[in-house]
Design a protein around this ligand. Structure first.
Ligand code: UDP
Length: 252
């Protein structure tokens, strides 16, 4: 997915032009290769944070697959005149990947979120996909000693897919720092996905998802997110600026 025709850049972050089906093909390819790969899912907040932290930007751009998360990135691609083929979200990807893994016999390990959440997420996923092999779970609040044990456990269990939900930047850095040692072919940083899949955080009604208003529903549930979502208008302005800049560069 490093070919320019297969990706776009939004505020300096590469986003691969993928549909759910392409993601599944890539996942299978990565698993068959037996080599570690990093998957990330940039949304508006991630793109804005990466502007401030060059290390985060570099980690993201080094990922093997960068799937778009949410309506903001999708709309930005349209504004930039190079639309993404599908509006994907991190939570939907959890279901799509779990379904695929259950059919292909790929095993999963769920890491992250508050204690108890990964268990609930596992229970819900296995109820939906009875053949799914979730061979390990761990919460995301570990100290250095627990981390050593956790890493050893993952290395022993050898899952095909490791879902890491530690929040943006932390999860991507954790994957980058540990993926070679872990040897897991698919390491997927997926933010708050376990909170949603466990149903501890409620997802917006489908009509709101279709209208791209999931962020608004989440804001009602967790008003403290306003501090993070405040970057949204700035993101729109920066994308419009990038659009004008690109057009002028093209005219010269
Ligand atoms: N989290 C975690 N360990 C930490 C910090 C956060 O497991 O040290 C979890 C947190 O409980 C939540 C997820 O990471 O489940 C972050 O969710 P959010 O929707 O805020 O994701 P982001 O937008 O940061 O990617």
């Amino acid at each position: 997915m490093r070919d320019n025709s297969e990706s776009i850049h939004i505020l300096g972050i590469r986003v691969d032009k993928v549909k759910y089906l392409d993601v599944l093909k890539k996942i299978e390819e990565f698993i068959l290769s037996k080599k570690p790969h990093m998957l990330a899912i940039p949304n508006v907040e991630i793109c804005m944070l990466a502007r401030v932290y060059p290390e985060f930007k570099n980690i993201l751009n080094s990922a093997d697959l960068l799937m778009p998360d949410g309506v903001g990135i999708y709309l930005a691609s349209k504004i930039l005149g190079d639309p993404l083929p599908e509006r994907t979200t991190g939570t939907d990807l959890m279901y799509v990947i779990s379904d695929f893994a259950s059919k292909k016999g790929f095993s999963m390990y769920l890491l992250g979120a508050k204690p108890g959440i990964a268990e609930k997420a596992k229970r819900n996923l296995v109820r939906k996909y009875p053949n799914l092999k979730i061979i390990g779970i761990h919460h995301g609040y570990f100290d250095k000693d627990e981390e050593k044990t956790l890493i050893e456990e993952i290395k022993t269990l050898k899952p095909n897919i490791l879902v890491v939900c530690l929040g943006m930047y932390k999860q991507e850095k954790w994957i980058k720092d540990n993926m070679e040692n872990l040897g897991v072919p698919v390491c997927f940083g997926n933010g708050g996905a376990l909170d949603f899949v466990s149903k501890c955080t409620r997802r917006s009604p489908v009509w709101m998802q279709k209208m791209g208003l999931e962020w608004l529903y989440r804001l009602f549930q967790e008003p403290w997110r306003i501090k993070r979502q405040i970057v949204l208008p700035k993101f729109v302005l920066l994308v419009l600026k990038e659009r004008i800049f690109r057009r002028r560069r093209w005219l010269i």
